[in-house]
Design a protein around this ligand. Structure first.
Ligand code: MSP
Length: 649
């Protein structure tokens, strides 16, 4: 079966940042992984160029809208080219073929009775290109998504009968529990649909920078709503509405999106497809957001990280490795140079780089750069078994898009290799005249490196090719089948000397992010370190006003995920549903008192308005209430189950 993989198409109102790079890296990695397995892949990315937001950004820049869009779109394309992203097509919503496909889809939905004309009056957020019901506005005026002021817009509009698809959508989620990955994100979508779907306004008359109506409708006043236009890119790119040239790739295998646009992809998009009688994508993979040093990235704070800047300083593939290793797919992640440097030094340089250098060095010294695997099985069955067991476990992680677990497991191979060298000390065996044994260990590790570099290839394509070259083999579907699936050893390695691939990094190589509040990280850290603790330290002689108490937002939270934090005896990393769009990550010092599996599904009391803080490089966005005495610690919990997000107080 072929595999069609997509990224969202990026708005051209600003240049790429590492959040965009992250989505593109995962999609690229997944595509390369499928290619390694011999699948026929099609990988789509591109830019989303229509709508009022782009029109306004162009006006601000003083350039004609089309020229503005051309220029920013080119910066995305050039960046992906520089990063070696293996896309098959870079679509632009301003492409003529795309517009033809969108018009065709509109006509089809209209002919089916799924689109009708009416009037729309509502609160409209220009920045989000979305109407919001009054009940959702903050203080009756501000956008619930971006906080900007909304304005009342009344216009004639065509509507898509979204309401008609409510039951069908719910049935689809129920019958396809892996439609939304990670599964923990499905509930927010299901609840939204269960809350009732209103028909969706899919045209605008308030601006002109968009796809025009199909000629058959003879209604030039309207242009398409950007989300209808944008979502359809996933099929127009395959020739939908024109020649269907690549429609054999549809349905998509996985469509990657950020959590902020999950609703569009898991509700509107499937409904459009149902209306067009097309099958739904297999998976929508929703990832979390990246912050910088614990802070949300924004242009006004001046802390946006340009992927090119990081790649120039640290290497593009090191960045790919870091981003995919650092964050569990679906959760938010934090970019800090310290965490990045630590991973480069300990995982890439020490675990992998040094192992390769040792093998190159020993093969040169003991066997003139030729390694023969003839005796590996005789001396190393234990290691071979462990190696193959680990290799067998990897596919499931990639299937579930758990790149951090995939890489974590993959790194076990280097641990096996390093341990074998320490235990079997080939240099001692050489001195004792046991050359066969010494060379068997060198060959074992060379095989480990070969197999590991095949599996690391989708994440670090160029560097693993260099490793393969140093070992004297090629990474491709053949070697994957033989060495990974077939569990064979490479008979002979002809070793080439290569310079160290991952030089250690001592100091940050980029300027630090401007500190928004100089003392804040330390204060915040302290708060989290000491957690859990009672919310208020007030003793009777330190009384507070009731208003001070209510400055703390306390909420009922449901723990939806819990895991141990590697290398920490105290911390657990939790995902806690406090009624928001997505669960919050809370890092809490309760590991000595609770096993993660016992916490999932239980309810807690959460301090919900603490400033986010970082703990061991992880973002913590809240604190749990707990009480501790000499007998231990207990979490404070509601007496009866309550809806997540219910205020306490
Ligand atoms: N144009 C729409 C997508 C249309 S798809 C049919 C859009 N564009 S965007 O440029 O604003 O965002 C593109 C992607 O980048 C989204 O998936 C979004 O989640 C992601 N990110 C934007 N900022 C991000 C972070 N700080 N961190 C991680 N990803 C983030 O939405």
């Amino acid at each position: 079966m072929s595999k069609y993989i997509t990224t969202p198409i990026y708005y051209v109102n600003g240049e790429a940042h590492i959040g965009h790079a992250y989505t593109t890296f995962i999609a690229d990695t997944k595509t390369r992984y499928e290619q390694l397995k011999g699948e026929d892949t099609y990988f789509l990315t591109g830019t989303d160029e229509h709508g009022q937001k782009i029109e306004e950004s162009a006006q601000k820049s003083g350039k004609p809208t089309a020229q503005f869009a051309d220029e920013i779109s080119a910066t995305f394309k050039n960046l992906w080219d520089e990063f070696g992203i293996c896309y098959d097509k870079f679509i632009r919503t301003t492409d003529e073929d795309h517009k033809i496909g969108v018009q065709k889809a509109f006509e089809t939905m209209y002919a089916k009775g799924d689109i009708y004309k009416d009037f729309y009056e509502g609160h409209y957020c220009v920045s989000c290109e979305t109407f919001f019901p009054e009940t959702q506005l903050i203080d009756g005026e501000f956008c619930p998504d971006c906080g900007r002021s909304t304005s009342i817009v009344k216009e004639e509009s065509y509507f898509f009968r979204l309401s008609k698809y409510e039951d069908k959508l719910l049935a689809h989620y129920a019958n396809n529990p892996d439609f939304i990955l990670p599964r923990s994100r499905a509930n927010e979508v299901i609840n939204f649909v269960k809350g009732g779907l209103r028909d969706l306004s899919v045209t605008r008359t308030s601006f002109t920078w968009g796809v025009k109506m199909p000629a058959s409708l003879q209604d030039d006043k309207h242009v398409m709503y950007v989300w209808l236009d944008a979502l359809l890119n996933y099929i127009t790119a395959l020739g939908y509405g024109k020649d269907d040239a690549n429609m054999n790739y549809w349905p998509a295998s996985v469509q990657f999106v950020g959590k902020d646009i999950l609703r569009f992809h898991a509700i509107y998009w499937p409904a459009f497809l149902m209306s067009l009688d097309l099958p739904l994508p297999q998976h929508i993979g929703a990832h979390g957001w990246w912050t910088r040093d614990g802070e949300k990235m924004s242009k006004s704070k001046g802390n946006v990280i340009a992927p090119k800047e990081v790649a120039d300083a640290y290497g593009a593939e090191n960045l790919r490795y870091f981003m995919l290793r650092e964050v569990p797919f679906g959760q938010d992640g934090d970019f800090s140079q310290r965490a990045f440097i630590d991973r480069i030094n300990s995982e890439l340089s020490n675990d992998l780089g040094n192992l390769l250098n040792r093998i190159i060095g020993m093969s040169g010294k003991y066997s003139d750069f030729e390694i023969d695997s003839v005796d590996v099985a005789k001396y190393h069955t234990k290691e071979l078994d462990a190696m193959h067991e680990t290799l067998d476990s990897l596919d499931a992680y990639m299937e579930n898009l758990q790149t951090h677990r995939y890489l974590e497991e993959l790194w076990r191979l280097f641990a096996i290799g390093n341990k074998a060298i320490e235990e079997h000390a080939p240099w001692v065996k050489m001195k004792e005249g046991k050359k066969d044994e010494a060379l068997a260990t060198v060959a074992l590790v060379a095989n480990i490196l070969a197999k590991a570099s095949i599996m690391l290839h989708p994440v670090m394509p160029k560097i693993t090719n260099t490793i393969a070259d140093a070992l004297g083999f090629e990474i491709n579907n053949e070697s994957y089948k033989e060495l990974v699936l077939g569990k064979k050893l490479l008979k002979i390695f002809n070793i080439k000397v290569v310079p160290p691939l991952f030089p250690r990094i001592e100091e940050p190589l980029m300027a630090e992010a401007p500190a928004a509040h100089p003392n804040e990280p330390e204060v915040a850290k302290k708060e989290v370190k000491e957690s859990p603790k009672a919310v208020s330290n007030a003793s009777e002689d330190n009384l507070i006003e009731i208003g001070q108490f209510f400055e703390t937002s306390l909420k009922i939270g449901t723990i939806v995920e819990a895991e141990e934090v590697p290398k920490s005896k105290k911390l657990l990393k939790l995902q806690v549903d406090v009624g928001g769009e997505s669960p919050r990550q809370v890092v809490a010092g309760i590991r000595e008192f609770y096993a993660p599996q016992d916490l999932v599904g239980t309810q807690v009391c959460v301090v919900a308005n603490l400033k986010p803080a970082k703990l061991m490089g992880m973002l913590s966005e809240g604190m749990l209430l707990a009480s501790k005495d000499e007998e231990g610690l207990c979490l404070i919990r509601p007496e009866k189950p309550k809806k997540a997000g219910t205020p306490i107080g």
